[in-house]
Unconditional design. Structure first.
Length: 116
């Protein structure tokens, strides 16, 4: 079932990409290919833009629903605990190379001979 939904996600994603690429952000796009601003054309500019907008929203909603469906049907696939890495295991098992904390140096009471 998961593979079927994943295939549908792929198909919907490709269709969404194509629908978005057909659109022109300045109002041209596919509608200008069918006669520009002529309102007497069959389909017309307004109807083409309405169709592309509805198709975009429909495909986006379908993609969202399919992605949520995959996560509802198969929730354990992504939530499995990852094994500890070898580096973190070695850090946990490592002992510090020093046993006592580093003490700050005592203030010098006399200046060295070269400083005078």
């Amino acid at each position: 079932m998961t593979y079927l939904i994943m295939s549908l996600i792929t198909i919907v994603s490709i269709l969404l990409i194509l629908v978005v690429l057909v659109q022109n952000p300045k109002g041209g796009g596919l509608s200008s290919a069918f006669g520009g601003s002529s309102a007497s054309m069959i389909g017309g500019v307004k109807r083409t833009n309405d169709f592309l907008e509805k198709a975009t929203w429909s495909l986006a909603i379908a993609l969202l629903v399919l992605v949520i469906a995959v996560n509802v049907i198969n929730p354990s696939q992504g939530s499995e605990a990852l094994p500890e890495s070898q580096v973190s295991e070695e850090l946990d098992n490592a002992t510090p190379s020093f046993q006592t904390p580093i003490q700050p140096a005592a203030p010098a009471t006399e200046l060295p001979a070269s400083a005078e």
